[in-house]
Design a protein around this ligand. Sequence first.
Ligand SMILES: Nc1ncnc2c1ncn2[C@@H]1O[C@H](COP(=O)(O)OP(=O)(O)OP(=O)(O)O)[C@@H](O)[C@H]1O
Ligand SMILES: [Mg+2]
Length: 507
Amino acid sequence: MADIPVSKTIDIRVSSSLRHNLRTPLNQIIGYSEILEEEAVNSGREDFIPDLQRINQAAREMVIRLDAMFATPAKTDLPETGGASFQSASNSGTSEQFRSTPSGLSSQKGALNACLGKILVVDDSEPNRDMLSRRLVRQGYITAQAENGRVALEKLHDEPFDLVLLDIMMPEMDGHETLAHIKADKHLMNIPVIMISAQTELHSVVRCIDMGADDYLPKPFNSVLLWARLRASLEKKRLREQELEHHEQTLRSEATLERLLALTQMVAGVAHEINTPLGIASTAISIINGRLSLPKIKALFDESNEAREILADILESSSLLKSNVLRAHKLVETFKKIAVGQITEKKEKANLPDLVEDAVGLFRINARQAKLSIDIDTSGITGNPEWFGYPGYLTQVIMNFLQNIERYAYPDGKGGIVNITVTDREQNNEAQFVVVVRDHGIGISPENLTKVFDPFFTTGRGRGGTGLGLSIVNNIMTSALKGSISVTSEPGHGSAFTIAFPKIIPD
Ligand SMILES: Nc1ncnc2c1ncn2[C@@H]1O[C@H](COP(=O)(O)OP(=O)(O)OP(=O)(O)O)[C@@H](O)[C@H]1O
Ligand SMILES: [Mg+2]
């Protein structure tokens, strides 16, 4: 074909739609011939490939000639973005690298299949939509189609999509308007949009990129460019979602921590306020009890059976009152300890194996009654056994583990074995002790295991449990002892509580 002189270019006013109408079927010839090329490779009919490439090449040349006929240089003269040339493939030496070959395509398939996504193809031309969808489906994407912007928006609201391929020139609602709607809708604005444009519409593409489109694809599609831009946009979306999820997770755990802290402080605050009147009530009831036991009072009520019965009632009620006020007082004291934030203890040097032995010694009487045989193994300590920390807190932690074993681990009353192992280790440049308290009892169900450190979680409310023991232990381990705590359990085989803390507690 001979070159057409620029002077013969057709009137710009009629050129735009005429060019569009002429290019559409040519683009379809290019697209379908590429699909057939791929098909030929897959079905072992390589003998068709040279002819198909000739058809493809001829159609591409027709497109170039059409563009030359309708040339409007000012509009096609665009700044370079993303390193891709805007010229049609066979018209430019630099773009030749994008020319797809069937073998090049098949070598990409593995990578493409790894990033599948659901894509909405929006184009007014049915063959264009069909061609593009077929190519996408062949690569492993899921597609849906819309013939204009209005239908596209409806579909986007009805089901989730990973990406939109949006044609610019469409009747009813064109690409610009559709893009504006997508970007203004908070539910849709994060879906990547790739604009599909004719080579000569590139001035509109710049506008779309300014409006928030992720990228563009010039028609006729260059397969390498098509897959590369799809992959890049989908990857960007995935990374954005990952980042968002990570951010939300951080916010969620911060909120949980804050709630827990608020609850802890509230419990400690309430406990502190109740403590004073309870203390006064406790003193008062002790005085009343003392006075009621005086012989003088007894003599006063000795007149008749009725009077003696009244005194017996008063005495019984007052001792009931005394024991309950005392219990309330004790509970409130425990509640107060939940706010371990203000450490009142002093740091001391102690030999850790001795400290553990002493703590277990305090539990001797209970252990005997509950038929618990407690074995302590400190042979795993290879370094210095000295601990610079808070002996009182560690004793409290070990006592809590043992009390729980006594109360929950062996409900049949037959008792069992408890193993306490103490070892040391180096972690993150810090020397640490690790203490494991293990029973071989009923264990904790997986559902409860996630809750045992929650304040007020207990399965023993009827047995005097408040559900604060392990929550306090958790507080002590993480705030006062600057360490960590974890639990593993297998129902029917027992539980193991592990604490780890630095050999020298930092200030
Ligand atoms: N060794 C164990 N074996 C079986 N269950 C256990 C064991 N240790 C803890 N639990 C479970 O964990 C729950 C929470 O323990 P936690 O010490 O916090 O509260 P509690 O012992 O019920 O009450 P409190 O310690 O405040 O008196 C217990 O109610 C129990 O269900
Ligand atoms: Mg407990």
